[in-house]
Design a protein around this ligand. Structure first.
Ligand code: C2E
Ligand code: MG
Ligand code: MG
Ligand code: MG
Length: 276
């Protein structure tokens, strides 16, 4: 069913978790042609330095403007792309698009890191770690201008391709963030093994921060632990000023959320940068 969710005035196509088989097949088929049909877009959401209030990073978030169903959420189509092996091609496209944008912002004089999601299925044996680094060479872009966002579970993934790619990124100088931190199996010793730079506290802990003493205790513990390990903390899903104020008081480093801006197209992001 298409539902008006108010995101950037688009109508979002949403589905139950258990997609009807017929709809799934149709969507998967449409997704195969989405790149060629130029229906994919990369939006950017600002990440704010809580000390200075400045926009210091931009998370690249994929959008699918479907021909007839409107805007489809990545929460719906990324799992489908993973399931049928389309995520590598789509993920490579996102990477190149976002890296080119990072190059453009750099050329315009902005000191802005671009953060890119990479799901476990994208850490297969095709050596995309190397092709990504090679593309940065081509662009003449410093790897440290980019952050790769991985999931907590990836740190426990035993595949040699995972270790190789993560260490390859780290050695090249790319930064690494653990996304949705606190929702999976926490592999604390691996944070240092891979020299992780950022923990992103999952939105579910931020949502009730001002009402729930338990959530405050968890957020506080994550921030203290991260800092002791030499990592910086990004709070996800910050929607209200009281949440932001609590996070500043707790010593959180960065925040991202609707309080500042939803994910937006490049033009709108540039307007946010101009406003400062
Ligand atoms: P994520 O990486 O954790 O991204 C953050 C999600 O939280 C985004 O959802 C963003 O729109 C949403 N969000 C940000 N601030 C707020 C807030 O204040 N309140 C609420 N309620 N939500 C907020 P989005 O864009 O729908 O993406 C969902 C997930 O899809 C992402 O979660 C990520 O796991 C995946 N994804 C998106 N783009 C890509 C991509 O290019 N590659 C891969 N592998 N995964 C992607
Ligand atoms: Mg992310
Ligand atoms: Mg590092
Ligand atoms: Mg997240």
């Amino acid at each position: 069913a298409a539902k008006q969710a108010g995101h950037n005035n688009f109508s979002w196509f949403t589905l139950d978790l258990q997609l009807a088989a017929q709809v799934r097949r149709t969507l998967i088929n449409d997704l195969r042609g989405a790149l060629a049909a130029d229906q994919l877009r990369v939006y950017y959401q600002p990440i704010i330095d809580l000390q200075s209030g400045a926009i210091v990073k931009a998370e690249a978030l994929l959008r699918w403007q479907h021909g007839s169903r409107g805007l489809i959420s990545p929460a719906v189509f990324i799992p489908l792309a993973e399931e049928v092996g389309l995520i590598e091609e789509i993920g490579d496209w996102v990477f190149r698009t976002a890296a080119r944008q990072a190059r453009t912002w750099h050329d315009q004089g902005h000191t802005l890191q671009v953060s890119i999601n990479k799901s476990p299925r994208q850490f297969g044996g095709d050596g995309s770690g190397n092709t990504w680094l090679a593309f940065l060479k081509e662009l003449n872009l410093e790897p440290r201008q980019l952050v790769i966002e991985i999931t907590e579970g990836l740190l426990l993934d035993q595949r040699s391709t995972v270790t190789e790619q993560l260490l390859g990124y780290r050695d090249a100088g790319m930064e690494i963030a653990v996304d949705d931190f606190g929702t999976g199996y926490s592999a604390l010793s691996y944070l240092q093994r891979f020299d992780i730079d950022y923990l992103k506290i999952d939105r579910s802990f931020i949502k009730d921060l001002t009402e729930s003493a338990d959530d405050r205790a968890l957020a506080d513990a994550i921030i203290v632990m991260a800092h002791k390990l030499g990592l910086k903390v990004i709070a996800e899903g910050v929607e209200t000023a009281p949440q932001r104020d609590w996070l500043i008081g707790a010593g959180c480093d960065y925040a991202q959320g609707f309080l500042y801006s939803r994910p937006v197209p490049v033009d709108e992001f540039n307007a946010l940068l101009r406003r400062g």
